[in-house]
Design a protein around this ligand. Structure first.
Ligand code: NAD
Length: 313
């Protein structure tokens, strides 16, 4: 198949691209390199089954020009930083909703009907549920990033209902691993490199979330795509366990071989406004189809710390 991967030069997208190529598909990456990096796709540049287009999804004319001839769209491009919405309130509207509309409209005009979408656990908002199944509702996000994801899911669902599209929407846990450029692990490593005696930890450190290793994430995406035949296939993608932020801080100091680091908590139950401090995703739906994460949350975190520390690509 000919795959068009938006955000294919990013952390998760570039791993997905590697796997698609390995599986014998040809791939076009469409990425503006705003948070992606050329070095993540550099090793594929000479391949005849790989094309890189540096362009922005907000340029609808360009999306319409580049998308024809593809069988399926993997739409991963977005602002990846949940926190940025606090400062720039139109960011997730544009990068989450308008960009998704542009992809869908370009697909519609070119009779391409299959779209895989990278959504997030944040669409559920802050709930009292110990483990969230895909059927949980109402979905009331507390961040603008979450609103962008939910809006994009809504648009995709509407194109399925109105124009007979087919979709695989994945609500990811926190994804970690090699090529990670943001998130708690990268933040702690950077802070400890700057000051190995003290670590500022946002919140009270008790924030507790599932961390899924990036190769498990890519595996899950492709597994669901191959196995789920409905018009709208919605899956949580997560492991069964969680890790606290305080535990991540300990693991990072262990892996950096630092002793007597003083942890300074900024306090409060969440890292920032819009952060959901504790959640677990119920992944039974995709587990029942036959996919399961190979690494538990702590194992994924430990492996990702080593990947980031040793700049594994
Ligand atoms: P990333 O920042 O590494 O990847 C996003 C890519 O999209 C980047 O390469 C960036 O340059 C590109 N991009 C952004 N805006 C664009 C635009 N307007 N036009 C073209 N390209 C654009 O982030 P990631 O962590 O790999 O995330 C990939 C997707 O998965 C995102 O949609 C993100 O919201 C979602 N997601 C990630 C996580 C996680 O823990 N990393 C969790 C849930 C959902």
């Amino acid at each position: 198949m000919k795959a068009f991967v938006t955000g294919g030069a990013g952390f998760i997208g570039s791993h997905l691209v590697d796997q698609l190529l390995k599986n014998g598909h040809s791939v076009t990456v469409y990425d503006n390199l705003s948070s992606g990096e050329k070095q993540f796709i550099h090793h594929n540049m000479q391949r005849t089954d790989f094309t890189f287009i540096k362009a922005d999804l907000l340029d609808l004319k360009r999306v319409k020009k580049e998308i024809p001839g593809h069988d399926i769209i993997f739409h991963l491009a977005a602002n990846p930083h949940v926190r940025l919405g606090e400062k720039q309130t139109d960011l997730d509207i544009n990068q989450g909703i308008v960009a998704t509309y542009n992809v869908l409209e370009a697909m519609r005009q070119n009779s391409i009907k299959k779209i895989v979408f990278s959504s997030s656990s944040v669409v559920y908002g802050e709930t009292a549920e110990p483990s969230l199944p895909e059927t949980y509702g109402p979905t009331l996000p507390i961040s603008l990033y979450g609103a962008g994801k939910l809006g994009a899911e809504g648009l995709i669902s509407a194109f399925c209902g109105t124009f007979d599209f087919q979709t695989w929407i994945y609500r990811f846990a926190n994804i970690v691993g090699a090529r990670g450029t943001h998130g708690v692990i990268v933040d702690f490593i950077e802070k400890l490199k700057a000051n190995p005696h003290e670590l500022e930890i946002l919140g009270d450190g008790k924030q507790c979330k599932p961390y899924l290793y990036v190769s498990d994430c890519v595996d899950g995406i492709l597994f669901g795509l191959a196995q789920a035949p409905e018009k709208i296939n919605l899956f949580n993608l997560s492991c069964d366990t969680t890790t606290t932020v305080a535990r991540i801080a300990e693991m990072v100091t262990e892996e950096m071989d630092l002793k007597n680091v003083s942890f300074k908590y900024t306090g409060g139950i969440r890292g920032w406004k819009g952060d959901v401090p504790r959640f677990q995703l119920d992944a039974k739906k995709i587990n029942t189809l036959g996919w399961k994460a190979t690494l538990a949350s702590d194992e994924a975190v430990r492996k990702a710390i080593r990947d980031v520390l040793y700049a594994k690509l």
